[in-house]
Write a protein that binds this ligand. Structure first.
Ligand code: HEM
Ligand code: HEM
Length: 188
């Protein structure tokens, strides 16, 4: 892991190294896939029925599956590797930690609610072309999963807005290098 590179006007957070290249790739890759899945999800609502919509749904489910794979890798990394040094101390560190865990929880719960929605309503779930994933057992709950999926999608938006605002606050107001440690940079 490389250490944080700071220009003369930045205030260093003592002992906070840059995130690893793998962590950055997983973070920004997940963000890009989530934004695409969200945008396509919104479009699905009014899309006229037909083969084009079926393809768009398949792509939406495939993006959701990629989200699940990426978040699984991230959580496994968190289990086997020591947590990255917090950028804060005290209560703010706890709030930042809670925010990150809430983001992880939604990244797991949101796609799963979508999958359960398909299964609970006895609908076909095809991903990456035509790989059909059948329900392993009967899923109760009917349309409730669709509601859960929608609520979780908007909860993700709310969490990401606060998370992004916090990152920008660190960068432009506190000028403490927290955003820069999640960005690739020049070696010292
Ligand atoms: C494998 C994972 C996923 C499955 C199976 C799935 C399934 C679905 C289904 C069945 C719908 C309703 C489409 C309709 O009939 O109108 C939907 C809508 C939607 N999905 Fe997903 N989804 C998944 C992942 C995601 C992810 C990761 C996001 C966001 C990052 C997302 C965001 C949305 C949104 C915003 C809508 C529109 C909500 C609404 O107004 O009903 N979905 N999804
Ligand atoms: C869908 C969008 C996003 C999601 C789901 C997300 C999620 C997360 C999560 C779970 C972490 C915890 C640490 C880790 O994974 O390594 C994190 C860290 C971080 N995120 Fe995001 N993020 C998103 C977008 C953004 C954006 C747009 C920015 C900046 C404008 C940003 C800036 C950061 C920074 C700077 C950290 C590191 C904080 C630290 O070092 O303590 N994120 N993000």
């Amino acid at each position: 892991m490389t250490t944080l590179t700071l220009s003369s006007h930045d205030v260093a957070v003592p002992g906070t190294p840059r995130h690893s290249a793998a962590a950055m790739l997983l973070h920004w890759g997940s963000a890009a896939v989530l934004v695409s899945a969200f945008g396509l999800g919104l479009l699905l609502d009014d899309w006229p029925k037909g083969t084009e919509r079926d393809t768009a749904m398949m792509v939406h489910y495939s993006l959701g599956t990629v989200v699940l794979a990426l978040v699984t890798i991230r959580l496994l990394r968190r289990l086997v590797m020591p947590a990255h040094a917090p950028a804060e101390a005290g209560v703010t560190a706890r709030i930042a930690g809670l925010m990150h865990w809430a983001l992880y929880a939604v990244m797991v719960g949101l796609p799963l609610a979508g999958v359960f929605d398909r299964w609970a309503r006895g609908r076909r779930l095809a991903v990456f072309g035509d790989i059909v994933v059948p329900a392993p057992f009967p899923i109760p709950g009917g349309k409730l999963w669709k509601e859960a999926h929608e609520i979780l999608a908007w909860s993700l938006v709310a969490l990401v807005v606060v998370h992004t605002a916090a990152a920008l606050w660190h960068h432009f107001v506190l000028r403490d290098g927290v955003l820069r440690r999640m960005l690739p940079g020049r070696p010292v």
